[in-house]
Design a binder for this molecule. Sequence first.
Ligand SMILES: Cc1ncc(COP(=O)(O)O)c(C=O)c1O
Length: 405
Amino acid sequence: MNGHIYDFDTIYDRVPTYAKKWHPSSLEPIFGSGDVLPLWIADMDFAAPPEVVAALRERTEHPVFGYTMRSPAFFESVAAWTERRYGWEIHPDWIVPCPGVVPGIALTIRAFTLPGEGVVIQSPVYPPFFESINKNNRVTTVNRLVEKNGTWEMDLDDLERCLGENASLLLSCSPHNPVGRVWKRAELEAMAERALRSGTLLVSDEIHADIVFRGHAHLPLASLAPEVAARTVTLLAPSKTFNIAGLQTFLAIIPDPDLRRAFRNELESLHLEGGNLFGMLALEIAYGKGEPWLEALLAYLEDNLDFLGNFLRDRLPSVGYVRPEGTYVAWLDFRALGLAPEELQRFLVHEARLALNAGTSFGPGGEGFARLNFACPRTLLSEALTRLADAVFRLEGRRCCPTEA
Ligand SMILES: Cc1ncc(COP(=O)(O)O)c(C=O)c1O
């Protein structure tokens, strides 16, 4: 561990920093209460790697913060990272930086599809996928994931139907938020083969690529084969990995020069090609020096997962759960409680006093589920699960003995 013992147990008060996850002005409009323990939005309650914090601190010693270019080391650090972590060799020229993965999704939609055309997504999925499609006047075509053999799988027959429905783009999420799948080679190949056969472009949101647990490996879609790379826009970022989402630095990796040109035109038409100087620096340092911290983070998250799994098994058997293979979100199945979606959300907020993402916000297939972000100190996770267990206990008690309630 480079001589470091990294600390993931400290609880930081994030309210004074206007953290979206914690601030009452963000919680109240969404959850109808500010008195909730927030395990929703996907950032972590951990300090960023000390190497990143030190570099940012040092940079502030120079008091001029004008327009800043990305150094060659920025691009080289990305290429070195993809090769080291996923065995994917990329050329630095393929990298097009811009300010967010969701803006990148919107840009690809605008660059490569026409209004009225279909974009296929695999639901339940990260809510802004729907918004990016709808707000750009494209048509969302839903390929539902299916629960099979205690896990989540792609429905490839249905995917073929979706691709046949005037779809010009397939927006995939890998690893998948919220179900936590780290897609295997055969699954990605089957998906890519169908997209290529129908002439559909692939956009692969791989923002969670680095949060992958023991026994699983992230495989970039574009690394499958040159013909897949030629039809794929990959969206990547250090933001989830190193908890630097507020620095708004992300990357589109586009091997094909024509696709790259079209994407860049769209980006430049909005003048979004510049970057945040702190984000640039943080990316370079995180990818260059952050690996030992990341390994320690992954070990801590796996321990949180063990804790979560054991707690659900022992104290919340009515809440279903498939252990995620990657990402730091758990997709909890509350269907056995028999609550309608609005009742479930009310129950979670007002009875359990938790802010979890409502399953319905992830689209078809999300009914009866909620997403819990377990990237927090274990004491917070424990407090959240205890609140949940107490609330479920009261609910079940009321049901079985209504007169005593
Ligand atoms: C799948 C996925 N894509 C994109 C994002 C956010 O991207 P950005 O903040 O870079 O726009 C998230 C954040 O939760 C996510 O889960």
